[in-house]
Design a protein around this ligand. Structure first.
Ligand code: SAM
Length: 229
């Protein structure tokens, strides 16, 4: 059985997709997708030997080797042209690491722009949204969920003709999440508010080197306070 987090990631994979799951760890996500008849094939990419071995073992013991290829590689370098990947999932990492992986995927010509990106950053969602805008990907869905007391966001994006024009608030909160303002979303930002106010108070009591950071934080605090208005 898949974790709730990964099950929600899986729900954005279209039927019959050919998936590359980067940073696959045990390959739970591609294995579940294949065993449940959701996909045609998958590549599970891992850069670390231990998780790579775990992924290979799971795929072999479940008899999935013909359908799921496990490769030891850095990021999207796990993907080969013949794989005909149309969906990339990257889950359970920070937004900056995900952005770096996508950057290299673009620079090496591996990401063609035809792939749907299903991303689940643990932190750094704003940075990831900025990456999507820079490379002209448009968000087609967003979700925030809670599992075992932790909140996770899922960002689903596809290449657009023009760069989407998200406001600074939309980049921070997520355009869909901001529109929806779900209870989990409001809880997340209520707790962020407490943290940001604490940092702000600390910065304001120390010396004056932090003016830019202080005004940025004040702006964010104001936006968060406006969420409930
Ligand atoms: N995707 C799974 C999930 O969401 O449950 C596993 C998440 S695990 C916390 C992150 C995995 O990404 C680790 O197994 C790590 O080795 C792998 N990883 C980190 N950087 C990577 C990279 N550049 N390329 C491939 N895998 C990477």
């Amino acid at each position: 059985k898949l974790s709730k987090r990964l099950a929600h990631v899986a729900s954005y994979v279209e039927p019959g997709a050919r998936v590359a799951d980067i940073g696959s760890d045990h390959a739970y996500l591609p294995a579940w997708l294949y065993l449940n008849g959701k996909i045609e094939a998958a590549v599970a990419g891992e850069v670390v030997q231990g998780p790579f071995e775990s992924a290979k073992k799971l795929v072999e013991t479940r008899g999935l080797s013909e359908h799921i290829t496990v490769r030891l590689a850095n990021g999207l370098e796990a993907v080969e042209k013949n794989d005909q990947i149309d969906t990339v999932t990257i889950a359970g990492m920070g937004g900056s690491l995900i952005s770096d992986i996508l950057d290299r995927g673009v620079n090496k010509g591996i990401l063609t722009g035809k792939e749907r990106l299903i991303l689940q950053p643990n932190i750094g969602e704003k940075r990831l949204r900025k990456w999507l805008v820079k490379y002209k990907y448009q968000l087609i869905a967003e979700e925030i969920l809670e599992e075992d007391g932790k909140r996770y966001e899922i960002l689903v994006a596809e290449k657009a003709v023009e760069a989407p024009s998200y406001s600074d608030q939309e980049l921070l909160f997520g355009p869909f999440l901001l529109e929806e303002k779900s209870p989990i979303f409001l809880e997340k930002w209520a707790s962020e508010l407490v943290q940001k106010q604490r940092i702000l108070a600390q910065l304001e009591t120390t010396n004056n080197d932090h003016q830019a950071k202080i005004s940025e934080l004040k702006q964010v605090v104001k936006w968060i306070e406006e969420l409930r208005a």
